[in-house]
Design a protein around this ligand. Structure first.
Ligand code: APR
Length: 310
């Protein structure tokens, strides 16, 4: 059976997800967007790249969800990106309505799919998708940690002039400026970061990681990042579609893990055919725990606002 992925939102992140899924020949793709013609046009354009790129997947676009029926995965990217000066949290109410509609339709046509949420503010939008879909918690996952740790790894590799392939970077917490890059668990080919850099350099990189999205928004002016976010979402989709069981930092619904209850927060998870197959609970230091709690509290604030509108 061919695999099928629905990508809701045919904008920058969504279209790039489709490109990457096709390039990797992971699945057929259905792009859905509210703007008439855009998902159809981008879908056809991408389909016509197949003979040149050497992929053989079907890519279509639609303004309704009927063609998405029986998808294995739905990646929700629909919504508004931020502009300079905006935080991800400023998008809360507008994007909540979008994610609510998208999730309702996705769940109706693909009741057995796994949902990957990309729309910001990420953790709160994942929570909304979880509550609206009524899916089990292993089937709703937020994309944030893969992107944040990719940024962290990039900056570490740049600083040390080493291959990024050697760099492991762990980032936990919410996808906002309270995220928690875990220096203690990050390394270069097994060598702890603290052996390779002084504290001031580490602090600078941690700060740049936490503000990595804003740095790009400032350059782009009209929107936010999309190449790395789409790469991150598709890494998660690939691990699920191929049952690779990669261990990746993702936003997951926690029920007591790390002392956090009933909330989506970024933690290391195992991603396989059943979605989140395991949540890893690692021992954190007091300082790390305090930072994670602070990050969770800022997600909770947003979720409390949404709770009044569910
Ligand atoms: N249903 C489907 N698509 C929608 C809906 C909806 N209800 N509302 C908006 N869209 C579409 C828009 O028409 C647009 O094509 O979502 C797309 C968003 O694309 P962009 O504006 O290019 O934004 P993008 O950069 O892709 O970011 C999307 O991902 O990373 C996050 O913060 C980012 O929340 C933002 C989301």
């Amino acid at each position: 059976m061919r695999k099928k992925v629905t990508v809701v939102g045919a904008g920058n992140v969504g279209a790039n997800c489709a490109v990457r899924i096709a390039d990797k020949e992971l699945a057929d793709v259905v792009l859905v967007d509210v703007v008439e013609g855009v998902p159809q046009g981008k879908g056809l354009d991408l389909l016509q790249s197949g003979p040149v790129q050497g992929y053989d997947v079907n890519i279509t676009g639609a303004n309704d969800y009927e063609p998405t029926a029986n998808s294995d995965i739905a990646i929700i990217t629909a919504g508004f990106p931020r502009k300079p000066g905006m935080s991800r949290d400023d998008l809360l109410l507008a994007n909540f309505e979008v994610v609510k509609t998208a999730t309702t339709q996705v769940a109706k046509y693909s009741p057995n799919c796994i949902i990957i949420v990309v729309t910001n503010p990420l953790d709160a939008m994942a929570q909304a998708a979880f509550l609206v879909s009524k899916f089990s918690k292993n089937r709703v996952i937020g994309m944030a940690g893969v992107l944040d740790s990719a940024r962290f790894r990039t900056f570490i590799a740049q600083e040390l002039n080493v291959s990024v392939e050697n760099v492991t970077g762990v980032v936990m917490g919410g996808h906002g400026d309270t995220m928690v890059p875990l220096v203690r668990l990050s390394n270069v080919a097994g060598i702890p970061l603290t052996e390779l850099m002084d504290q001031a350099t580490i602090d600078r990189i941690v700060d740049r990681t936490a503000n990595g999205g804003a740095e790009i928004v400032k350059y782009l002016k009209t929107g936010s990042a999309y190449y790395a976010p789409s790469a991150a979402a598709v890494e998660m989709a690939e691990s699920i579609l191929k049952d690779k069981k990669k261990v990746l930092p993702c936003a997951a619904y926690l029920e007591g893990e790390y002392g956090i209850n009933g909330l989506f927060v970024g933690v290391p998870v195992k991603l396989g055919a059943r979605g989140i197959e395991k949540i890893y609970q690692i021992k954190l230091t007091e300082d790390e725990t305090a930072k994670l709690q602070k990050s969770a509290a800022s997600v909770q604030e947003l979720v409390n606002v949404l709770a009044t509108r569910m």
